[in-house]
Ligand binder design. Structure first.
Ligand code: PEP
Ligand code: MG
Length: 595
């Protein structure tokens, strides 16, 4: 029996036989060609591009019934890579100028690409680079006659898939009938593979280095995608206890979903509003069916990342209007662009930055690019006429920044007034609290016309503790229970309450019952916003607890100077309140102890 630890990509428990997806790794050799052969070699490359494109389109079509509508454009980036002049174009040029074979030209072009960007550590960017690698490998396999299909479609009995990596195409083709779960050596938190797995409800753990060396097709395995553990050849006892746990989870998930429509009122009568974080208007119906009472965060940057050009005012207006109409009778908070550094879509990149997380991001980028910002603000204002919207600025780090952004919004209002275009005259304007400087200045923001705050704990923890949230080697230091984080959150919520400015939390902490419990104990929270799948579970938990007791526990936790003591206290006093099927990051860490 062996236990491995990885990154949780899609929650659940899978038990079954392993199936190793053996990617045919081809060694690429350099072959010199004659000048008169170059055009034939370019033709061969073009033919391979065409074959791979056809295969991708076919896969996308075949998966139509398999994945939700809002996930389908996830394939576009892969197909766009095939059309990207910087990759295929350079490879073609290399064949013609250096007179080498197409496989080698492709491999060299890609390696140069990697060298150029290897110092960039951003997880999102790494995932995109990784997608390019997958497409390049497919092309090389096609060129070498290895064929594009590599075995997943041959699967005809239920199994847990183990692979070095899986593309979103692979994942989308997985039928829940045959694929019980999957584990990959590569992959990060933002990989599309994980996103699709969640939408298909397939348990998945990614980023388990070298696991393929310890597992063979036919081995009994358990994927515990609650704690992130993968058990190879479990003992009978482990098998039985995981089986029970799995059955319970399935039963409880069904029960919780049935109750998703109920309100989240605590035992002592405090009502909490749970809202959803979305990336596209098509996510709104899913949010509603999971019991969301509005949208607490619309990450609009995904609209900009999806296409290969800037969306114009009409496109943006239609997108935001759709959200406003779909979310009725509730409200949606539209966050202005949180783009920046290497999180830029290719068509917007100018110079790669050395420290993108500290660079021209979010509101800084928008204030630096007024034309882009103005268009977005006009679109949001116009859409506000069609439902209940609010607007929110990300990554604000000074009062001046907020006031400049707000002044720009006021300018757009005057423009619309002049043109006689309707908009919501009372549109509320808020900001994310996700930099330590903003957190320390909540009082000053509150007296300077901020209508609401939303705490972005993902970035706040990153900047407060100086921990790159995408860097695996410091991932264990990313600690929501660090006393400095707890104290700062307490100050933010207390200050906002004192000035009667509504405050919400939309970072990942909201979705974890232990952290959510601490948050509700810190003061009045307008709403907790999270991924739709977490809403039913959180609602159930809040109905079981008392806000007053949560306050007492928070006050106790504030006395601890060490994370260790806080964890011990919460494990003794809070996690025992969980109903079965409820889990917290705190428990995942406990479980990692036996790995
Ligand atoms: C956050 O930082 O907590 C947040 C919600 O924003 P994002 O994860 O989009 O940076
Ligand atoms: Mg953020």
């Amino acid at each position: 029996m062996k236990i491995f630890k990885g990154i949780l990509a899609s929650p659940g428990i899978a038990i079954g036989k392993a199936y190793i997806l053996n990617r045919f790794h081809v060694a690429v050799v350099c072959r010199n060609i004659g000048k008169d052969e170059a055009f034939l070699e370019v033709d061969r490359l073009n033919a391979a591009v065409e074959a791979v494109r056809k295969e991708m389109i076919k896969s996308a079509r075949e998966s139509v019934g398999n994945i939700p509508a809002n996930m389908r454009d996830i394939f576009n980036p892969h197909i766009q890579i095939l059309e990207d002049p910087t990759l295929i174009g350079h490879a073609r040029q290399m064949v013609e100028k250096k007179l080498v074979n197409a496989e080698y030209a492709l491999k060299e072009t890609f390696d140069k690409f990697v060298q150029r960007f290897e110092n960039i550590r951003d997880g999102y960017f790494k995932d995109r680079l990784h997608e390019i690698e997958l497409v390049v490998n497919k092309l090389i396999r096609e060129l070498m006659g290895a064929g594009v299909d590599d075995g997943l479609s041959k699967l005809n009995e239920p199994a847990v898939i183990f692979a070095h990596d899986l593309t979103p195409f692979d994942t989308a083709q997985m039928s829940a009938k045959y694929v019980l779960g999957f584990v990959t050596e590569a992959g990060g938190k933002t990989s599309h593979t994980g996103i699709i797995a969640s939408s298909l409800n397939i348990p998945a753990v990614v980023g388990v280095p070298k696991i393929l060396r310890s597992v063979e097709t036919g081995d009994n395995v358990i994927v515990d995608a609650i704690t992130g553990n993968v058990v190879i050849k479990p003992t009978d006892q482990q098998f039985q206890s995981y089986n029970q746990k799995r059955q319970h989870l399935l039963f409880l998930a069904k029960k919780m979903e049935k109750e998703a429509g109920k309100e989240a009122r605590t035992r002592d009568g405090v009502l909490f509003r749970l809202t959803a974080n979305i990336e596209s208007p098509s996510d709104v119906p899913t949010a509603a069916s999971h019991g969301a009472e509005g949208i607490g965060l619309y990450r609009t940057e995904f609209l900009f990342v999806r296409g290969n050009r800037l969306p114009d005012e009409e496109e943006q207006f239609n997108d935001y209007k759709k959200v406003a109409q779909l979310v009725a009778p509730y409200e949606a908070i539209i966050r202005t662009l949180d783009l920046g550094g290497d999180k830029m879509p290719g068509h917007m990149v100018e110079e790669p930055e050395a420290n993108p997380a500290l660079g021209l991001r979010a509101i800084r980028y928008c204030l630096d690019q007024p034309a882009v910002f103005r268009t977005q603000l006009r679109s949001i204002l116009r859409a506000s006429h069609y439902g209940r919207l609010r607007v929110m600025f990300p990554m604000v780090s000074s009062l001046e920044e907020f006031l400049r952004a707000k002044a720009m919004l006021e300018r757009m209002k005057r423009e619309l007034d002049k043109d006689g275009v309707p908009y919501d005259k009372n549109l509320k304007v808020g900001m994310m609290v996700e930099t330590p400087s903003a957190a320390l200045m909540v009082t000053q923001f509150a007296v300077n016309e901020v209508d609401f705050f939303s705490v972005g704990t993902n970035d706040l923890i990153q900047y407060l503790l100086a921990i790159d949230r995408t860097n695996q080697s410091v991932a264990n230091l990313f600690e929501p229970l660090n006393p400095a984080v707890i104290r700062l959150l307490w100050n933010i919520i207390q200050s906002a309450n004192r000035y009667k400015v509504p405050v919400s939390v939309c970072g990942k902490m909201s979705a974890d019952p232990v952290y959510a419990y601490l948050l509700i104990g810190m003061g009045d929270i307008e709403n907790l916003s999270m991924d739709s799948n977490s809403i039913p579970k959180l609602k159930g938990f809040l109905r079981d607890v008392s806000a007053e007791e949560a306050r007492k526990h928070v006050l106790k936790v504030m006395e601890f100077d060490r994370v260790r003591d806080t964890k011990k206290y919460l494990t003794k006093n809070v996690t025992p309140m969980f109903s079965e099927g409820m889990f917290s990051e705190l428990m995942a860490e406990d479980a990692s102890g036996d790995a």
